[in-house]
Design a protein. Structure first.
Length: 334
Protein backbone atom coordinates (compact mmCIF):
# COMPACT_ATOMS: atom_id res chain seq x y z
CA UNK A 1 0.00 0.00 0.00
CA UNK A 2 1.32 3.45 -0.89
CA UNK A 3 2.06 5.82 1.98
CA UNK A 4 -1.17 7.76 2.57
CA UNK A 5 0.14 9.63 5.58
CA UNK A 6 2.23 12.44 4.13
CA UNK A 7 1.98 15.97 5.60
CA UNK A 8 -0.65 18.37 4.27
CA UNK A 9 -1.21 22.11 4.49
CA UNK A 10 -4.01 24.15 6.06
CA UNK A 11 -3.23 27.59 4.74
CA UNK A 12 0.41 28.12 5.65
CA UNK A 13 0.31 25.62 8.54
CA UNK A 14 1.87 22.23 7.90
CA UNK A 15 0.05 19.30 9.50
CA UNK A 16 2.55 16.43 9.89
CA UNK A 17 0.10 13.60 9.18
CA UNK A 18 -3.50 12.92 8.19
CA UNK A 19 -4.95 12.53 11.71
CA UNK A 20 -6.93 15.29 13.42
CA UNK A 21 -8.37 15.19 16.94
CA UNK A 22 -11.96 16.46 16.82
CA UNK A 23 -13.11 19.16 19.22
CA UNK A 24 -15.26 17.64 21.96
CA UNK A 25 -16.89 19.67 24.72
CA UNK A 26 -15.60 18.68 28.13
CA UNK A 27 -12.92 16.44 26.62
CA UNK A 28 -10.39 18.20 24.39
CA UNK A 29 -8.78 20.49 26.93
CA UNK A 30 -4.99 20.67 26.94
CA UNK A 31 -4.72 17.61 29.22
CA UNK A 32 -6.23 15.33 26.58
CA UNK A 33 -4.86 17.25 23.61
CA UNK A 34 -1.27 16.67 24.74
CA UNK A 35 -1.95 12.95 25.16
CA UNK A 36 -3.47 12.78 21.67
CA UNK A 37 -0.52 14.70 20.25
CA UNK A 38 1.98 12.34 21.90
CA UNK A 39 0.03 9.40 20.50
CA UNK A 40 0.12 10.62 16.93
CA UNK A 41 -2.52 13.28 16.25
CA UNK A 42 -1.15 15.69 13.66
CA UNK A 43 -3.57 18.48 14.55
CA UNK A 44 -5.54 18.88 17.78
CA UNK A 45 -8.62 21.07 18.15
CA UNK A 46 -9.70 22.72 21.39
CA UNK A 47 -13.20 22.10 22.73
CA UNK A 48 -15.60 24.70 21.38
CA UNK A 49 -15.31 28.16 22.91
CA UNK A 50 -18.24 30.57 23.21
CA UNK A 51 -17.68 33.83 21.37
CA UNK A 52 -19.85 35.54 23.98
CA UNK A 53 -17.75 34.04 26.77
CA UNK A 54 -14.64 35.57 25.24
CA UNK A 55 -16.16 38.95 24.58
CA UNK A 56 -17.51 39.20 28.14
CA UNK A 57 -14.19 37.99 29.59
CA UNK A 58 -15.89 35.05 31.29
CA UNK A 59 -13.32 33.58 33.68
CA UNK A 60 -14.18 29.95 32.91
CA UNK A 61 -14.01 30.60 29.16
CA UNK A 62 -10.65 32.34 29.41
CA UNK A 63 -9.25 29.47 31.49
CA UNK A 64 -10.24 27.05 28.71
CA UNK A 65 -7.80 28.82 26.37
CA UNK A 66 -4.75 27.27 28.03
CA UNK A 67 -2.39 25.83 25.40
CA UNK A 68 0.55 23.57 26.26
CA UNK A 69 3.83 24.13 24.44
CA UNK A 70 3.79 20.51 23.25
CA UNK A 71 0.50 20.54 21.34
CA UNK A 72 1.27 22.58 18.24
CA UNK A 73 -0.01 22.73 15.58
CA UNK A 74 -3.37 23.30 17.24
CA UNK A 75 -6.68 24.96 16.49
CA UNK A 76 -9.26 26.76 18.61
CA UNK A 77 -12.91 26.24 17.71
CA UNK A 78 -15.41 29.04 18.24
CA UNK A 79 -19.19 28.85 18.27
CA UNK A 80 -21.75 31.60 18.06
CA UNK A 81 -24.62 32.90 15.98
CA UNK A 82 -23.55 36.48 15.43
CA UNK A 83 -21.19 37.51 12.63
CA UNK A 84 -19.78 40.53 14.45
CA UNK A 85 -19.31 38.56 17.65
CA UNK A 86 -17.48 35.73 15.90
CA UNK A 87 -15.34 38.25 14.06
CA UNK A 88 -14.28 39.92 17.31
CA UNK A 89 -13.76 36.58 19.04
CA UNK A 90 -11.54 35.31 16.22
CA UNK A 91 -9.48 38.48 16.45
CA UNK A 92 -9.20 37.95 20.21
CA UNK A 93 -7.90 34.41 19.64
CA UNK A 94 -5.34 35.60 17.12
CA UNK A 95 -4.16 38.44 19.35
CA UNK A 96 -4.14 36.71 22.74
CA UNK A 97 -3.19 33.09 22.06
CA UNK A 98 -0.64 31.19 20.02
CA UNK A 99 -3.24 29.10 18.18
CA UNK A 100 -2.20 28.21 14.64
CA UNK A 101 -5.76 28.02 13.30
CA UNK A 102 -9.23 29.31 14.17
CA UNK A 103 -12.21 27.04 13.49
CA UNK A 104 -15.92 27.87 13.43
CA UNK A 105 -18.41 25.28 14.63
CA UNK A 106 -21.21 24.87 12.10
CA UNK A 107 -22.21 21.38 13.13
CA UNK A 108 -23.03 21.11 16.84
CA UNK A 109 -26.54 19.60 16.98
CA UNK A 110 -27.48 20.21 20.63
CA UNK A 111 -30.49 22.39 21.35
CA UNK A 112 -28.79 24.88 23.65
CA UNK A 113 -26.41 25.77 20.81
CA UNK A 114 -28.77 25.84 17.83
CA UNK A 115 -31.43 27.84 19.69
CA UNK A 116 -28.87 30.65 19.78
CA UNK A 117 -28.51 30.50 15.98
CA UNK A 118 -25.14 28.75 16.33
CA UNK A 119 -23.68 25.35 15.47
CA UNK A 120 -25.73 23.35 12.97
CA UNK A 121 -28.22 26.22 12.57
CA UNK A 122 -25.79 27.73 10.04
CA UNK A 123 -26.47 24.79 7.71
CA UNK A 124 -29.85 26.17 6.68
CA UNK A 125 -28.38 29.10 4.74
CA UNK A 126 -25.33 28.92 2.42
CA UNK A 127 -25.42 32.70 1.98
CA UNK A 128 -25.13 33.16 5.73
CA UNK A 129 -22.18 30.75 5.77
CA UNK A 130 -20.48 32.78 3.05
CA UNK A 131 -21.10 36.06 4.85
CA UNK A 132 -19.80 34.97 8.25
CA UNK A 133 -16.64 33.46 6.77
CA UNK A 134 -15.97 36.61 4.76
CA UNK A 135 -16.38 38.67 7.92
CA UNK A 136 -14.13 36.51 10.07
CA UNK A 137 -11.36 36.05 7.50
CA UNK A 138 -11.19 39.83 7.07
CA UNK A 139 -9.55 40.15 10.51
CA UNK A 140 -7.39 37.01 10.49
CA UNK A 141 -3.81 36.49 9.42
CA UNK A 142 -3.95 32.83 10.46
CA UNK A 143 -6.06 30.19 8.66
CA UNK A 144 -9.79 29.86 9.29
CA UNK A 145 -11.47 26.46 9.00
CA UNK A 146 -15.03 25.26 9.55
CA UNK A 147 -16.54 22.04 10.83
CA UNK A 148 -20.05 21.28 9.65
CA UNK A 149 -22.52 18.44 9.13
CA UNK A 150 -24.09 17.16 5.94
CA UNK A 151 -27.20 19.26 6.57
CA UNK A 152 -30.01 20.20 8.92
CA UNK A 153 -32.60 17.50 8.24
CA UNK A 154 -31.44 16.39 4.79
CA UNK A 155 -28.32 16.63 2.66
CA UNK A 156 -29.68 18.84 -0.11
CA UNK A 157 -27.37 21.75 0.76
CA UNK A 158 -24.25 19.75 1.67
CA UNK A 159 -22.27 20.61 -1.46
CA UNK A 160 -23.62 24.17 -1.66
CA UNK A 161 -22.69 24.83 1.98
CA UNK A 162 -19.20 23.46 1.44
CA UNK A 163 -18.66 25.50 -1.72
CA UNK A 164 -19.91 28.64 0.04
CA UNK A 165 -17.29 28.10 2.73
CA UNK A 166 -14.56 27.44 0.18
CA UNK A 167 -15.36 30.47 -1.97
CA UNK A 168 -15.53 32.71 1.11
CA UNK A 169 -11.98 31.85 2.06
CA UNK A 170 -11.72 28.98 4.53
CA UNK A 171 -8.44 27.09 4.45
CA UNK A 172 -9.95 23.65 5.16
CA UNK A 173 -13.36 22.10 5.75
CA UNK A 174 -14.28 19.22 8.04
CA UNK A 175 -17.63 17.50 7.70
CA UNK A 176 -19.39 15.03 9.98
CA UNK A 177 -21.33 12.55 7.90
CA UNK A 178 -24.69 13.00 9.61
CA UNK A 179 -27.41 15.64 9.54
CA UNK A 180 -28.35 17.66 12.59
CA UNK A 181 -31.60 15.71 12.79
CA UNK A 182 -29.67 12.44 13.12
CA UNK A 183 -27.61 13.74 16.04
CA UNK A 184 -25.32 10.71 16.57
CA UNK A 185 -27.78 8.00 15.49
CA UNK A 186 -27.69 5.90 12.35
CA UNK A 187 -24.66 5.61 10.13
CA UNK A 188 -22.51 8.20 8.41
CA UNK A 189 -23.47 9.17 4.87
CA UNK A 190 -20.37 8.27 2.89
CA UNK A 191 -22.07 9.07 -0.41
CA UNK A 192 -22.59 12.70 0.58
CA UNK A 193 -19.09 12.97 2.03
CA UNK A 194 -17.74 11.69 -1.29
CA UNK A 195 -19.74 14.29 -3.23
CA UNK A 196 -18.45 17.08 -1.01
CA UNK A 197 -14.87 15.85 -1.23
CA UNK A 198 -15.13 15.85 -5.02
CA UNK A 199 -16.62 19.34 -5.15
CA UNK A 200 -13.83 21.10 -3.24
CA UNK A 201 -10.90 22.03 -5.46
CA UNK A 202 -8.91 24.58 -3.46
CA UNK A 203 -8.85 23.36 0.14
CA UNK A 204 -8.33 20.13 2.11
CA UNK A 205 -11.42 18.13 3.05
CA UNK A 206 -11.42 16.36 6.42
CA UNK A 207 -13.88 13.50 6.95
CA UNK A 208 -15.42 13.00 10.39
CA UNK A 209 -17.82 10.49 11.91
CA UNK A 210 -17.65 6.79 12.81
CA UNK A 211 -13.91 6.43 12.24
CA UNK A 212 -13.57 3.52 14.61
CA UNK A 213 -10.82 1.49 12.94
CA UNK A 214 -7.72 2.00 10.85
CA UNK A 215 -9.61 0.61 7.88
CA UNK A 216 -12.30 3.26 8.32
CA UNK A 217 -9.56 5.89 8.10
CA UNK A 218 -8.11 4.36 4.95
CA UNK A 219 -11.56 4.20 3.36
CA UNK A 220 -12.25 7.89 4.03
CA UNK A 221 -8.99 8.85 2.32
CA UNK A 222 -8.79 6.38 -0.57
CA UNK A 223 -12.49 5.88 -1.39
CA UNK A 224 -14.28 8.98 -0.10
CA UNK A 225 -11.46 11.25 -1.25
CA UNK A 226 -10.77 13.01 2.04
CA UNK A 227 -7.39 14.59 2.62
CA UNK A 228 -7.46 13.71 6.32
CA UNK A 229 -9.63 12.13 9.00
CA UNK A 230 -10.96 13.75 12.15
CA UNK A 231 -11.41 11.31 15.04
CA UNK A 232 -13.60 12.14 18.02
CA UNK A 233 -15.47 9.65 20.17
CA UNK A 234 -13.22 6.73 19.18
CA UNK A 235 -10.25 8.54 20.70
CA UNK A 236 -11.99 8.88 24.06
CA UNK A 237 -10.42 6.10 26.10
CA UNK A 238 -8.22 5.11 23.16
CA UNK A 239 -6.01 7.98 21.99
CA UNK A 240 -3.62 5.28 20.73
CA UNK A 241 -5.92 5.07 17.70
CA UNK A 242 -3.88 7.91 16.17
CA UNK A 243 -0.67 5.87 16.26
CA UNK A 244 -2.56 2.93 14.78
CA UNK A 245 -4.02 5.00 11.94
CA UNK A 246 -0.69 6.63 11.16
CA UNK A 247 1.10 3.29 11.02
CA UNK A 248 -1.61 1.69 8.88
CA UNK A 249 -1.70 4.56 6.38
CA UNK A 250 2.09 4.40 6.09
CA UNK A 251 2.62 0.63 5.97
CA UNK A 252 -0.68 -1.22 5.64
CA UNK A 253 0.11 -3.03 8.89
CA UNK A 254 -2.32 -3.10 11.81
CA UNK A 255 -0.79 -2.41 15.20
CA UNK A 256 -2.33 -4.34 18.11
CA UNK A 257 -4.57 -2.50 20.54
CA UNK A 258 -3.19 -1.38 23.87
CA UNK A 259 -3.58 -3.92 26.65
CA UNK A 260 -6.04 -3.18 29.44
CA UNK A 261 -3.13 -2.48 31.77
CA UNK A 262 -1.65 0.01 29.31
CA UNK A 263 -5.04 1.72 28.97
CA UNK A 264 -5.15 2.12 32.75
CA UNK A 265 -1.73 3.79 32.61
CA UNK A 266 -2.96 6.22 29.95
CA UNK A 267 -6.12 6.88 31.97
CA UNK A 268 -4.20 7.70 35.13
CA UNK A 269 -1.82 9.91 33.16
CA UNK A 270 -4.90 11.71 31.83
CA UNK A 271 -6.15 12.26 35.38
CA UNK A 272 -2.77 13.60 36.50
CA UNK A 273 -2.69 16.06 33.60
CA UNK A 274 -6.22 17.18 34.40
CA UNK A 275 -5.14 17.73 38.00
CA UNK A 276 -2.20 19.86 36.93
CA UNK A 277 -4.57 21.88 34.76
CA UNK A 278 -7.59 22.27 37.04
CA UNK A 279 -6.73 21.06 40.52
CA UNK A 280 -7.57 17.71 42.11
CA UNK A 281 -11.19 18.33 43.08
CA UNK A 282 -12.36 19.48 39.63
CA UNK A 283 -10.12 16.97 37.84
CA UNK A 284 -11.52 13.96 39.71
CA UNK A 285 -15.09 15.12 39.13
CA UNK A 286 -14.49 15.54 35.41
CA UNK A 287 -12.62 12.24 35.22
CA UNK A 288 -15.71 10.39 36.47
CA UNK A 289 -17.23 10.89 33.04
CA UNK A 290 -14.02 10.02 31.17
CA UNK A 291 -12.98 6.85 33.01
CA UNK A 292 -15.72 4.61 31.54
CA UNK A 293 -14.21 5.06 28.08
CA UNK A 294 -10.88 3.67 29.28
CA UNK A 295 -12.56 0.82 31.20
CA UNK A 296 -14.90 -0.25 28.41
CA UNK A 297 -14.79 -3.97 27.67
CA UNK A 298 -12.92 -4.98 30.82
CA UNK A 299 -14.12 -7.65 33.25
CA UNK A 300 -16.07 -6.03 36.08
CA UNK A 301 -16.03 -2.69 34.29
CA UNK A 302 -19.52 -1.72 35.46
CA UNK A 303 -18.58 -2.18 39.11
CA UNK A 304 -15.37 -0.20 38.72
CA UNK A 305 -17.14 2.58 36.80
CA UNK A 306 -19.66 2.89 39.59
CA UNK A 307 -16.90 3.18 42.17
CA UNK A 308 -14.95 5.74 40.13
CA UNK A 309 -18.15 7.78 39.80
CA UNK A 310 -18.09 8.19 43.59
CA UNK A 311 -14.36 8.89 43.91
CA UNK A 312 -13.28 12.19 45.43
CA UNK A 313 -9.47 11.96 45.30
CA UNK A 314 -6.70 10.79 43.00
CA UNK A 315 -5.69 8.27 45.64
CA UNK A 316 -9.14 6.67 45.54
CA UNK A 317 -9.00 6.42 41.74
CA UNK A 318 -5.52 4.87 41.94
CA UNK A 319 -6.78 2.24 44.40
CA UNK A 320 -9.69 1.38 42.12
CA UNK A 321 -7.40 1.09 39.11
CA UNK A 322 -5.06 -1.16 41.12
CA UNK A 323 -8.03 -3.39 41.92
CA UNK A 324 -9.02 -3.45 38.26
CA UNK A 325 -5.47 -4.35 37.26
CA UNK A 326 -5.31 -7.19 39.80
CA UNK A 327 -8.66 -8.57 38.65
CA UNK A 328 -7.46 -8.46 35.04
CA UNK A 329 -4.22 -10.27 35.88
CA UNK A 330 -6.11 -12.96 37.80
CA UNK A 331 -8.50 -13.47 34.90
CA UNK A 332 -5.79 -13.91 32.26
CA UNK A 333 -3.80 -16.20 34.58
CA UNK A 334 -6.64 -18.74 34.70
Amino acid sequence: MANLNTPFMIGDVEIPNRCVLAPMAGVTNSAFRTIAKEMGAGLVVMEMISEKGLLYNNEKTLHMLHIDDNEYPMSIQLFGGDAEGLKRAADFIQTNTKANIVDINMGCPVNKVVKNEAGAKWLKDPDKIYHIIKEVTSVLDIPLTVKMRTGWNNTDLAVENALAAESAGVSALAMHGRTREQMYTGTVDLETLTKVAGSLTKIPFIANGDIRTVEDARQRIEEVGADAVMVGRTAMGNPYIFNQINHYLETGEVLPDLSFEDKLEVAFDHLNRLTNLKGESIAVREFRGLAPHYLRGSAGAAKIRGAVARAETIEQVQELFDQAREAYQERIAK
